[in-house]
Unconditional design. Structure first.
Length: 385
């Protein structure tokens, strides 16, 4: 009989009782901890539900306020249209005068040039969508209205008619989508992303072990600047690349070394200035994209652009930047490959910016675009995988 077996047999019943009690105690502690976790998550679900209701309530209130402001804008617009029609009628009546009388600006302010100046003042406050209809409003005036217009435009800068408030309030969605704990949740999936210099355009300069990149081309470098501007605005040219391409030849872009085929992945990109940059994901074979193509999902690029002017999703259509105060600097990219989604967040406060749907069957890589003189850095991983 071995020493260990004799030791076990020599243990008294009190020892076995103590071990059994300890086991029961541990089981009870485990059970209590399990119940505590379930209870805390239940509380969290309740709190998140309450937070959701507060967000939705705020959106409903904002919607009501927006409707009210829209009604006020429509009322102002109707006032403007009524005033313009009245002025046009006066112009039509007075346009029957001789050419010399048309060009006279009378001290009493009742001359036709004075009326035309007032008309032009109103037109400058007219929303852009209605200005295209302005030429048709002058049809049928007769007489040398072209001379009248020229005289009115010459005198127009001196006009200070502020009798009617024709200003229109800009209508935007002010409620942002910022969820509690979102930053912490995203960090769980954070991965290290390094730039693949072998895929980069020749004007891009790298440092910090592949985490920093700058577009070395200045705005005076017209070939590259023109290409970058065309790429951002969607202008197309006939230049095309044939065959397999290992790096970007026409566009100031670079890919990350990572290749994603499944799972959830998160990384952050920081704009080191106020110039335009873009980041997101793209098809693995995107380097062969024709010069001047539009950055959009149809081209195999799912990205968001941002600068000091705001941020904008690259959807293939022209959109105005959404302004943020303070200016957006660091953007978080979250790829849920299995769900076929890539989402973008303000990495500072967790605000949701935009979500694209993308194919879950593609091999995807991190994507970066820089306008002339712009630079970005990929911050080091602070958590996650």
């Amino acid at each position: 009989m071995g020493r260990e077996e004799r030791g076990v047999q020599d243990r008294s019943p009190d020892v076995w009782c103590s071990l059994g009690t300890r086991l029961l105690w541990l089981q009870e502690k485990m059970k209590n901890q399990r119940m505590r976790v379930i209870a805390e998550f239940a509380k969290l679900h309740v709190l998140l539900n309450e937070e959701e209701q507060l967000f939705l309530q705020g959106l409903r209130q904002e919607e009501e306020e927006t409707k009210k402001k829209q009604s006020e804008n429509i009322s102002r617009l109707n006032q403007m249209i009524t005033s313009l029609k009245k002025l046009i009628l006066e112009v039509k009546e007075k346009s029957q005068s001789s050419t010399l009388e048309l060009l006279q600006v009378r001290p009493a302010g009742k001359g036709i040039v004075s009326i035309f100046i007032e008309l032009l003042t109103s037109l400058t406050h007219l929303p852009l969508v209605f200005r295209a209809e302005c030429p048709s409003w002058f049809e049928g005036l007769g007489r040398p209205v072209c001379l009248l217009r020229r005289a009115a435009f010459c005198a127009f800068p001196r006009c200070e008619n502020q009798d009617v408030n024709y200003s229109f309030e800009d209508l935007t969605v002010k409620t942002v989508c910022r969820l509690p704990m979102m930053k912490e949740m995203l960090k769980r999936f954070q991965v290290a992303v390094n730039l693949a210099e072998d895929t980069a355009h020749s004007k891009l300069v790298f440092s910090q072990e592949g985490r920093y990149v700058k577009n070395g081309a200045s705005t005076s470098s017209w070939p590259l600047f023109f290409t970058a501007w065309s790429y951002a605005t969607g202008w197309r040219n006939p230049q095309r690349t044939t065959g397999f391409v290992e790096r970007f030849q026409h566009l100031p872009c670079v890919l990350g070394k990572n290749v994603f085929t499944s799972g959830k992945h998160y990384w952050e990109v920081e704009n080191r200035g106020s110039l335009e940059v873009a980041a997101g994901v793209c098809r693995e074979d995107i380097m062969g994209i024709p010069g001047g193509s539009t950055m959009c999902p149809k081209a195999g690029i799912w990205a968001v652009g941002w600068s000091s002017a705001g941020f904008w999703p690259l959807t293939g259509t022209s959109v105005s930047p959404t302004k943020r105060e303070p200016a957006l600097q660091r953007v978080g990219v979250f790829l849920d490959h299995g769900a076929g989604e890539v989402s973008f967040y303000n990495a500072v406060d967790g605000e949701h910016l935009h979500t694209f749907s993308c194919s879950s069957s593609l091999r995807l890589r991190p994507f970066f675009w820089l306008s002339p003189l712009a630079s970005v850095v990929i911050p080091p991983v602070t958590g996650g995988k």
